[in-house]
Design a protein around this ligand. Structure first.
Ligand SMILES: [Zn+2]
Length: 212
């Protein structure tokens, strides 16, 4: 008797990973924060409801699950040359996806302005949006426009299916995809004044293109 070989699930390819050489650039407090952040996001991305949605999306887009070799939830954030944070990155040749956190500084300002629960919601949904976006890159490669449009649609589909769907989810959705709240990005001179406003759509999911 033989058994059919099962394709490893997307969930089983997910890892939390950290660039140990970079740890010394951060304080112990920051490292503790990023460890908590990554494990929180990791657990949220592995939730059956989201994994089920991703399987459905991959099937709909005819992206083979084998095309995804690994999904790394990175502990430490990554910034581009212009200082903006990166939400995710996809190495389409290797099928390797990375999801990055927001910085401690951003999270602190955000929390002061909107509260802890909204921050947690934002962090999780930003990671979900980033993973959806990067998975789509496996098919659409460098076609950033298509990836962005589809990612928005898929994220919306997932959010609508959630039982707790509310005005609050819409608020989070807007933060991730479109709306600038408070106008200017917090600069170092404004960092002590959370009311100075933070630019919330700086997740820049587009950033995955810069490594190619
Ligand atoms: Zn992209």
């Amino acid at each position: 008797m033989f058994t059919l070989e099962e394709t490893p699930s997307l969930s089983s390819k997910m890892r939390i990973s950290c660039d140990r050489n970079k740890l010394s650039n951060f304080s112990q407090k920051q490292v503790r924060f990023y460890l908590k952040y990554s494990s929180f996001v990791f657990r949220a991305l592995k939730k059956p409801s989201f994994q089920k949605f991703l399987r459905w999306m991959l099937k709909k887009e005819t992206i083979e699950e084998q095309a995804v070799r690994a999904v790394h939830v990175r502990v430490l954030p990554l910034r581009r040359g212009n200082g903006k944070g990166i939400a995710g990155h996809c190495d389409t040749a290797r099928g390797r996806i990375r999801i990055y956190p927001k910085t401690t500084k951003f999270c602190r300002t955000f929390k002061q302005k909107f509260g802890r629960n909204t921050l947690l919601d934002y962090a999780v949904n930003r990671a979900r949006a980033a993973l959806i976006h990067e998975l789509l890159h496996l098919k659409y490669k460098g076609d950033e426009k298509t990836v962005r449009e589809l990612a928005k649609d898929y994220f919306c589909i997932f959010t609508r299916k959630q039982p707790a769907q509310s005005a609050h989810s819409l608020f989070i959705y807007k933060m991730i995809f479109t709306v600038k709240i408070g106008g200017k990005k917090a600069s170092s001179s404004a960092s002590n004044k959370p009311s100075a406003g933070i630019k919330l759509n700086e997740t820049c999911l587009r950033a995955s293109g810069i490594f190619k």
